[in-house]
Write a protein that binds this ligand. Structure first.
Ligand code: MG
Length: 390
């Protein structure tokens, strides 16, 4: 364990943690801040970005106007940060880095969640594709307009490495330093690995919670899942007179705890058995070090498949998703055919490119991906509703 007393860096980090003082740095060199570590600075820059504020009005599963109690991209993001920090602290990892990655991980999501992403992906198929992880990176590297000295947020390598969670090999070569590990088949920092799994822990749990509240999931059917069922039964035994709401929340908190504890135990065991003592060894590893135990991993898989069939494919969710896809497709094709319908700022960006079909389509995709649900609906009305404002 290393600790620099009085320094701005976090104390008691494990030897395999990312180290703020030996960060691989930023694309545009900057003087290090005096009172914050580079990862704290990254986190702060993400929070002040406009893409972060827009998460509040973007769909997680339920479209933003369906109800005030459901998760949005913003509350999902905050839950990922919370779960991620809890895991990081137990493993002696850098919590600020985990938080920075977590807060930025969904910035590139389109309006209307996965439906929006699928539609945009389909529209951009022959034009370079669209992928929300790559879009998140594009936002922090290029699209945010805030600083006089550089484009984007100029985040450190470690935060950018974590944001790029998945990436096809065919795309990796274009992404420079953060794309290399996909070509080599190696790993990112443990901070990036655990944030990725914290994302899964958060969404599995909050989708169950939202799904039960919305009446999309059947509690009895959910209780036949080998992960959820036994915990629910235990809670029912302990609180026989409790309301369904309390039973749901008591089960949820226990499930999150169980998943965090399992992840921490398995990850510790892998770090030990692979003799990992530095971040260089973490990165060189050919297998992920952060993982659930095989037993729990199997149960999570069946829980996810349950959610997929019962919730994400539920007619109510599916109808919204199809409507959203039609809306995104129509916006894309219309704006691409006549870029003069775009706001002047985007028209200027097109003027500044090589005018190739691909470059123009990319700018239209950037415009649509940046929209919140309600902005996309309003833009649709402006373009297609004869009674709508121009
Ligand atoms: Mg997420």
């Amino acid at each position: 364990m290393q600790n620099k007393p009085g320094s701005v860096f976090q104390g008691m980090l494990a030897p395999y943690a990312a180290r703020a003082e030996s960060s691989l740095g930023r694309k545009h060199p900057e003087t290090p801040p005096e009172s914050r570590s580079p990862f704290q600075r990254d986190r702060d820059r993400v929070i002040h970005s406009s893409a972060f504020r827009r998460l509040e009005y973007k769909t997680q599963v339920f479209v933003n106007h369906e109800g005030d109690l459901y998760r949005t991209r913003l509350t999902h993001t905050l839950e990922v940060a919370q779960v991620g920090r809890a895991i990081a602290r137990q493993l002696g990892l850098d919590e600020d880095l985990v938080e920075a990655i977590a807060l930025a991980h969904d910035l590139g999501h389109t309006p209307f969640g996965h439906a929006g992403q699928d539609a945009l992906q389909e529209c951009m198929g022959d034009l370079g594709g669209f992928e929300h992880n790559i879009q998140s990176l594009r936002i922090v590297d290029r699209l945010e307009v805030r600083y006089g000295d550089f484009p984007g947020l100029n985040l450190s390598f470690e935060t950018r490495e974590g944001i790029l969670k998945h990436c096809a090999k065919s795309k990796a070569a274009d992404l420079g330093d953060v794309g290399e590990r996909f070509l080599r088949g190696t790993q990112p920092s443990l901070e990036a690995q655990i944030t990725n799994l914290a994302d899964e822990i958060a969404y599995n749990n909050h989708d169950i919670d939202d799904g039960l509240r919305a009446g999309l999931l059947d509690l009895q059917e959910l209780c036949s899942n080998s992960l959820y069922g036994p915990i629910y039964a235990e809670v029912q035994d302990r609180y026989p007179d409790a309301s369904r709401t309390i039973l749901r929340h008591e089960t949820g908190r226990r499930l999150i705890n169980l998943l965090i504890n399992d992840l921490v135990a398995e990850t510790r065991q892998r770090i030990q058995s692979d003799h990992i003592t530095s971040i260089a060894e973490v990165r060189a590893s050919t297998r992920p070090l952060a993982a659930h135990s095989p037993e729990i991993a199997g149960q999570i898989k069946s829980l996810k498949s349950f959610l997929f069939h019962r919730m994400y494919r539920h007619p109510r969710v599916h109808r919204q998703a199809e409507k959203a896809k039609r809306l995104v497709r129509r916006l894309f094709h219309t704006l691409r055919e006549d870029p003069r319908l775009l706001p002047l700022k985007y028209q200027a960006r097109i003027q500044a490119t090589d005018q190739q079909e691909k470059s123009r389509a990319r700018i239209v995709a950037d415009y649509i991906a940046g929209m919140t649900d309600r902005f996309a609906i309003a833009e649709y009305d402006r373009l297609f509703d004869p009674h709508g404002e121009a």
